[in-house]
Design a protein around this ligand. Sequence first.
Ligand SMILES: NC(=O)c1ccc[n+]([C@@H]2O[C@H](COP(=O)([O-])OP(=O)(O)OC[C@H]3O[C@@H](n4cnc5c(N)ncnc54)[C@H](OP(=O)(O)O)[C@@H]3O)[C@@H](O)[C@H]2O)c1
Length: 339
Amino acid sequence: MKTLRFQYFGEPADVLNLEETAIPVPGPGQIRVTVHACGLTPADWALCRGLFPGSLPRGIGLEVAGTVDAVGDGVTDVVPGDRVLGVPDYVGMPVAGASEFSVLSYWSAIPASLGYVAAASLPMAVETAYRSLDQLQVVAGTKLLVHGAGTTVGFAAVQIALLRGAQVFATAGATYADQLRAFGAQVTNYGEGMAERIKTLAGSSVDLALDTAPVNVSSSVFSSLPDLIQAVGNDPRRVLTIVDFAGAARLGTRTSFDADEGISIDDTGKPVVDAAAAERLARELRHTVLGEFARLAADGRFMIPVARTFPLKEWRAALEISLSGKARGKLILIPDRMS
Ligand SMILES: NC(=O)c1ccc[n+]([C@@H]2O[C@H](COP(=O)([O-])OP(=O)(O)OC[C@H]3O[C@@H](n4cnc5c(N)ncnc54)[C@H](OP(=O)(O)O)[C@@H]3O)[C@@H](O)[C@H]2O)c1
C-alpha cells in the first residue's frame, strides 16, 4: 500500500516521501481502517522536524475518516465495514493517516449523514480547542477572546465556547469572519490595535484569551501576546497560547504544556518533548469528545471548514499551502483509489 512518511527528521518537503509498504496490523485495542480522507495539520510538519522522539520511519496524518477493515484483540465496539473517524498512534508508528490503510488507537462512529471529508476535518481542531478551553476553565458567562479564529482550532474553539454558554469575542481575517459572527461571536480583524478593538467590542476587558494564531517562531518579536495580555486586563495568567511558546516564556502566559515535565522550549521557541512526555501527552488528549462533535456536525450544529481536498499523490501542493500559514480551512488528502 502507499503511505506518506519520513525516514529522517528534517524539513517536511525534504524528508517526506510517498512509499510502498506492507499493510499494517492492528495491535490489541486498535483497529485498521481503509482511509477515505485524512486531515493535514501543522503538527504533521512539527513531527517531521522531530517534535516527538521515537523510532523511524514515521507516518504523518493525524486525522482519519474511513471504514473499519480489521480489529485487534479486545475491540468489541466496531466491526469491519463500520464508518469511523479517529486518530492514529503518532508517537511511534511507521504508518499514520496519510496512507491507504491506517491503524487507529482512538475512534468514534461517523453518523450516517456526515461525509468522510467533514469527519476527517474534526479530530485535531476539536481535541485541541476542547482541551484548551478546559485548561482555561471556560464556562457559561465567561467573556472569552479567541485570537486567530480563522484557524481550524480557533474556529472550533469559538463554537465550543458558545456551546458552553460563553460570550465570545474573536479576531479573524476576512475568510471566516462573517461565519463566526453568524455563530454568535463578536469579531474584529487581527493586527495592530486589536487589544483596543476587542475592549471596545466587549465594553471592558475580557476574562480570558486563547491564542491560536500561527506564529513565525523565528520572529517572536511579532508576538500577539502583549495585545492579548492587554485585552484581559494585564494578567498574563489569563492568556493561554497553543502556539507562541517563546513569547509565553518571556511574558508569563500559560501554554498548552503548562507545568508538563519532560517538555522544554528551545532557542527558536519550539517545544522539545521527551519520550515519556510524548506518551503521556498522547494519553491525556481529549479524544473521547470526538463522537459528540461528530454527532453535532451531522446535525448541522458544528463544523470545520474544508479549504481543499487533494489526491494523496498531490501531497506536496497541500504541504505548500499549509506552510504558507494561509490554509483558510482544513486541507484533506484522499487516497488515490478513493478519489
Ligand atoms: N499546542 C497544541 O496542542 C496545538 C495543537 C494543534 C495546533 N496547534 C497550533 O495551532 C495553530 C493553529 O492550527 P490550525 O491547524 O488550526 O492552523 P491553520 O488552520 O492551518 O491556520 C491557518 C489560518 O491562520 C490564520 N492566520 C494566519 N496568520 C495569522 C495571524 N497573524 N493572526 C491570526 N490568524 C492568522 C489564517 O486565517 P485568516 O483567514 O483568519 O487570516 C489561516 O487560514 C498552528 O500554529 C498549530 O501548530 C497547537
